[in-house]
Ligand binder design. Structure first.
Ligand code: TAP
Length: 454
């Protein structure tokens, strides 16, 4: 297989050459994972916990190195990249507590004793997108390992560097050979082997809804378990009684974080008509103040897009004559730059308003009342995240319950906290990651009845 050249999205210069995994090499890795399976599930819960803590400690000792790799290979601002590496450590630590707490039930039945066990599901394949290479890897890998499964991760072809390094750190921490393997390469090659190989029992996929549908169909042939984390088109709903200053000051980060390459991006801002003009007045300076530039420089808030192709796709949502209300800045010269862009007024059928742009483009639309805000928020095939800004507690609760979305914040834009479940309604996904119940997605419930009749 030819090697893949990772480019720095901020400079377009090569960063590294990465060997691509062939289908035969993927099969060999699956064989190694199967061979490692019995020993890994037999590791005593306390020892498995200790190994995961050791893995977290080694990641912690390499936060700076991992962050620099992500900044160079994915264009993530340095501060954000350090947070992402820290998230891998934290998620490993959180799930290191799980092996010793993986309790079944004792269920009252006549004639005997009935107990349930959470058995490991088997080899797990984790297919990761390019937008958050480290956190999304960790969300799949940590609970899968904790539940006693060997894991094979396939990073996105464009952003393999941190995943490959984290795979090396796992071995350094003492995880046995074959328990956690990272296979850089193409989805059409490595991803397809994970989906098609009968010894891989579960796929965790994060990526576009389009590819997700294809992967679900592939997994269906073997009734392979799947967790799907797909696209989003989330709404940020701002009511007239909200703290407008705070809502406007925080709206840019909710839409432009990671240059908008965020499945949770609140890329539709719905504003109650009475305060629409005031909100726009407050939003403009906040958008213009976003620090866009060299991601390696401390203080940069937004870096480049991932590739020239992706920038062309994002730009296609803002053709000549598009209703640009105002924009932030972006550097000139090399790099896949695109400025933070606010569209208003937009038609309800404008693709920038209806489709996932996955770039720093947000549409602002007025609404009349609560019922219309909920209807507009739900008028999408997606349902991943969202925000509601209001000082009315009753309304906050009503709207939070009515919006069809997996993760909703009131007077905040938080989406992913590793302590809480994360995932989508509708075409944004299937199943949940993170939170206290994540191991359910990596285990099979076994019921055992033991007769007590003599
Ligand atoms: P995709 O193009 O869907 O790719 C995601 C991963 O799947 C990559 O590793 C890719 O490999 C692999 N893949 C592609 N085609 C495949 C196939 N036919 N068989 C098996 N694997 C295949 O997504 P992306 O562009 O990297 O990421 C952006 C999308 O991810 C957005 O829609 C975004 O909303 C979504 N996303 C969702 C979430 C959550 S948590 N819901 C989080 C982040 C991102 P290659 O490297 O070869 O492309």
């Amino acid at each position: 297989m030819p090697a893949f050249t990772v480019l720095n999205p901020a400079t377009e210069e090569p960063v590294a050459e990465v060997e691509q995994t062939s289908a035969a090499q993927a099969d060999a890795a699956i064989t190694r994972a199967v061979a490692a399976q019995a020993a890994w599930r037999a590791v005593a819960p306390g020892d498995r916990a200790a190994l995961l803590r050791a893995f977290a400690d080694v990641v912690d000792a390499h936060i700076g190195e991992l962050a620099e790799l992500e900044t160079a290979g994915s264009g993530h601002p340095a501060g954000q990249a350090r947070w992402e590496a820290g998230n891998v450590r934290d998620v490993l630590r959180y799930y290191s507590a799980a092996p010793e707490r993986l309790c079944g039930k004792q269920i009252p039945v006549p004639g005997g004793l009935d107990v349930t066990f959470h058995e490991p599901v088997g080899v797990v394949g984790v297919i990761v997108p390019w937008n958050f290479p480290m956190p999304i890897l960790g969300w799949g890998v940590a609970p899968a390992l904790a539940a006693g499964n060997p894991v094979i991760a396939k990073p996105a072809e464009r952003t393999p560097l941190t995943a490959v390094r984290i795979g090396e750190l796992a071995l350094e921490a003492g995880l046995p050979e074959g328990v956690f393997q990272v296979l850089p390469g193409k989805g059409s090659v490595v991803g397809q082997r994970l989906i098609g190989h009968p010894d891989v029992r579960k796929i965790v996929f994060t990526g576009s809804s389009e590819v997700g549908r294809e992967i679900m169909a592939g997994c269906a042939r073997q009734v392979k378990r799947v967790t799907m984390e797909l696209g989003g088109k989330s709404a940020n709903i701002v009511f007239a009684d909200a703290d407008l200053e705070k809502a406007a000051a925080t709206a840019p980060v909710a839409a432009f974080d990671n240059a908008g390459q965020d499945c949770c991006a609140r890329s539709r801002i719905l504003v109650q008509r009475d305060v629409y003009h005031r909100f726009m007045e407050l939003l403009e300076p906040a958008v213009k103040a976003v620090a866009v530039g060299d991601p390696a420089r401390e203080g940069t808030e937004m870096g480049p897009l991932i590739s020239a192709e992706h920038r062309a796709k994002v730009a296609s949502y803002v053709p000549d004559g598009a209703p640009v209300a105002f924009r932030g800045s972006a550097p000139e010269g090399p790099g896949y730059w695109y400025p933070p862009t606010v569209l208003a007024p937009v038609r309800p059928d404008d693709p920038a308003y209806t489709e996932e742009v996955f770039g720093p483009v947000v549409a602002v639309v007025p609404f009349e009342d609560e019922a219309q805000a909920v209807a507009m928020a739900n008028d999408t095939p997606y349902g991943l995240s969202g925000s509601v800004w209001t000082r009315d507690v009753g309304r906050a609760i009503r709207v939070a319950r009515a919006v069809e979305t997996g993760n909703l914040s009131v007077n905040s834009h938080s989406s992913v906290r590793y302590w809480t479940p994360f995932g989508g309604f509708k075409q944004s996904g299937l199943g949940r990651e993170l939170g206290p119940d994540a191991l359910d997605a990596f285990t099979e419930t076994k019921n055992v009845f033991i007769a007590t009749d003599s």
